[in-house]
Design a protein around this ligand. Structure first.
Ligand SMILES: Nc1ncnc2c1ncn2[C@@H]1O[C@H](COP(=O)(O)OP(=O)(O)OP(=O)(O)O)[C@@H](O)[C@H]1O
Ligand SMILES: [Mg+2]
Length: 302
């Protein structure tokens, strides 16, 4: 299985590039899943189909999946109700199942678990991961540390609290530890998969503007600091045409400065340009055009 992780700051075109990549690989005859890590369900909007909380077939060799975080969080909460109530009780917090999904880290944990299930089932040749605006690649990489910290804390309070938890219900404290270890093992598997260049490709989407380029450089630095190589950069919203009005000339000049800067800094990566389509990108035809620009013209390879 090949994982293609599409990262970048908010609104730069991650979902459009993810959907196009997934369409492209499916057209190559590779059984593909577009997996959304965004609660906003943008893949449904772009593909113009209601995907829902299970992998749904969109076309030949193309599936899409947008896990429903609120539903999954409630499900997770009711599965481990006693455990979570007791745990939050230890920290003198009261939690309602419907609020659990908005707890820090819970959405990432659920996305990670769903992605793990997809990975472990190994039914697809390619899984394209469309990340959430703020997510970048990091939550997936940091999750093992978070769960490790969690387990360590649990072990730390073990002597003090495990006895009490086990008294509430036999084996209760041990069950909590077992669950935390199970989640940690899953997140370690996914982190290792992302770290493995024979499994994962990381693509950063950006736009040729100062703030976006600076953020992209930071993203690449942070991600590569974790040992994950960013393979390609997609520079989106590139102005085409030869209109010589002063606005267009100024914008094109400004854009080419940032494109040159990226080219200079990242000669080791594939850098693709995606032109501004002048209108929202929605539906299969539009996505296919994007796929053609990115892959058909040989800017990116799969
Ligand atoms: N090359 C382009 N030309 C014209 N419109 C574009 C282009 N790329 C993206 N768009 C439009 O920009 C908007 C944002 O794109 P998209 O949803 O893919 O961004 P995103 O990075 O996934 O956003 P978010 O961070 O909110 O998930 C959409 O309306 C999309 O149709
Ligand atoms: Mg998006």
């Amino acid at each position: 299985m090949r994982l293609i992780y599409v990262a970048g700051k908010g609104g730069v075109g991650k979902s459009v590039c993810s959907a196009s990549t997934a369409l492209w690989t499916s057209k190559q005859g590779l059984n593909t899943l577009a997996f959304s890590m965004d609660r906003a369900h943008s893949l449904s909007d772009i593909l113009e189909v209601e995907i829902g909380g299970h992998p749904r077939r969109i076309a030949d060799d193309l599936y899409a999946y947008e896990p429903d975080i609120d539903r999954e969080a409630k499900r997770f909460f009711s599965r481990y109700k006693h455990m979570l109530t007791a745990l939050f009780g230890l920290f003198e917090m009261e939690v309602r199942p419907e609020d659990f999904g908005s707890f820090p880290g819970v959405a990432e944990m659920i996305f990670m678990e769903k992605l793990y299930d997809v990975y472990a089932e190994d039914q697809y040749a390619v899984v394209v991961i469309d990340s959430a605006p703020t997510a970048m690649v990091l939550p997936l990489l940091q999750l093992p540390n978070v769960t490790t910290g969690f387990v360590t804390r649990l072990l730390g309070i073990k002597s003090k609290w495990m006895g009490i938890l086990n008294m509430l219900e036999p084996g209760f404290g041990d069950a909590i530890l077992k669950e935390a270890r199970r989640l940690r093992a899953k997140s370690e598997t996914m982190r290792d998969a992302l770290l493995d260049p024979s499994i994962s490709t990381i693509s950063a989407v950006t736009i040729p503007e100062k703030a976006a380029v600076m953020e992209t450089r930071r993203l690449i630095e942070t991600v590569e600091g974790h040992g994950v190589f960013v393979n390609s950069i997609i520079i989106n919203h590139v102005m085409e045409g030869d209109c010589d009005c002063s606005y267009c000339v100024r914008r094109r000049n400004s854009q080419s400065r940032y494109m040159d800067e990226l080219q200079e800094a990242y000669g080791d990566k594939r850098i693709a340009h995606l032109s501004d389509f002048g209108a929202e990108i929605k539906g299969e035809d539009a996505i296919e055009k994007v796929a053609w620009e990115l892959y058909g013209k040989g800017q990116l390879a799969f």
